[in-house]
Design a protein. Structure first.
Lengths: 233, 99
């Protein structure tokens, strides 16, 4: 096993633990919507995303049209296009076209976040290691949640709801502390997102995230354009 | 409609959203503004996803605030991701008994 692969696996462990708790909740919800544990696991294995899967299960539950399914997935998941584009800029030369076709399957919020926090270029082996570990956590959690639902005490499952957000904070706080520009992007995005949540409530949460992130990043890019050197970091 | 069709459509759309920009935009982006924009996107996306959602993540706003405070403090001191993540859940869990 290459060292990049094992390094990817070890960096994937916190993601895996976070996914176990979140996908556990997804499994419970999917079964409640009338899906079998096998179907729930199939959704998790083929989609590898939380919000999009929940949206999809809702469409299935209401026997919606396929057009509706496509629009829901596009709306909730379009942020992955931005992430994929961002990540495509820091790929190692080993990332040939077939590797890109394969690894793009695993671009999630968390895998993207950890990959973009790396100082060096991203290799296929590193990404595959991380995707494998994250995938195992995501699918295992879904199966356990779907099959064994409400066995854990509520106090535990409730507290586990915060795990992934805690990880997001661990990713954004250190650079925001060091760079005024990142701090601005983070505060602006949070402020706009809060506005959507409490004031402009008609906007779906997927669109709210897209608009908040795009506006905040565009503002930060206009005020603090990054130099070639910073960009490499 | 069969559930398998729904699942296939979901999976296909989600894959294409990720694959098209990743596989077909390999060359270096020249525009300084656009490169800067892409540099800030990850932080902005995570921030928008976290706030205010984190306050509703535990089913109780006070336990969530406890978890958030612990997470921000540990993140400020640059603890590893897993430590911050688990400590946030631990703080929310403990706060649940104190409140």
């Amino acid at each position: 096993m290459s060292s990049a692969f094992t390094r990817g696996m070890s960096h994937g462990i916190p993601i895996c633990l976070g996914y176990l708790s979140v996908s556990f909740g997804f499994g419970i919800l999917a079964v409640r919507a009338g899906l079998s544990p096998f179907q729930s696991a199939a959704i998790s294995a083929t989609n590898l995303t939380s919000a999009g899967q929940l949206g999809g299960v809702e469409v299935i539950r209401h026997a919606g049209t396929l057009i509706e399914m496509i629009l829901v997935q596009l709306t909730i998941n379009i942020r992955y296009s931005l992430m994929a584009l961002s990540l495509s800029q820091k790929l190692d030369k080993k990332f040939t076209f077939p590797h890109r076709l394969a690894a793009s399957y695993g671009i999630t919020d968390e895998i993207f976040a950890v990959c973009s926090a790396q100082k060096e270029k991203i290799t296929p082996a590193y990404m595959y290691g991380m995707i494998l570990v994250a995938f195992l956590g995501w699918v295992t959690g879904t199966i356990i949640g779907a099959a064994a639902g409400s066995l854990l005490p509520e106090a535990v499952t409730n507290a586990m709801g915060i795990v992934l957000y805690g990880m997001f904070l661990a990713i954004i706080v250190p650079p925001a502390k060091k760079q005024k520009s990142v701090l601005l992007a983070v505060i602006a995005a949070a402020a706009i997102s809060i506005l959507f949540h409490y004031v402009f409530t008609a906007v779906s949460s997927g669109f709210a995230v897209i608009i908040s992130a795009v506006v905040a990043s565009a503002a930060a890019a206009a005020l603090f354009p990054v130099s070639e050197k910073e960009d490499e970091e | 409609m069969s559930t398998a069709v729904y699942i296939a459509v979901m999976a296909g759309v989600t894959y294409l959203i990720r694959m098209i920009p990743f596989a077909f935009f390999g060359r270096k982006i020249k525009s300084r503004f656009f490169r800067s924009f892409l540099y800030y996107i990850p932080y902005a996306v995570l921030s928008a996803m976290t706030l205010p959602a984190i306050f509703y993540s535990t089913g109780n706003i006070y336990t969530a605030i406890a978890g958030t405070a612990v997470a921000v403090a540990l993140a400020f001191f640059e603890m590893p991701l897993i430590v911050v993540a688990i400590a946030a859940a631990g703080a929310a869990f403990v706060a649940g008994f104190l409140l």
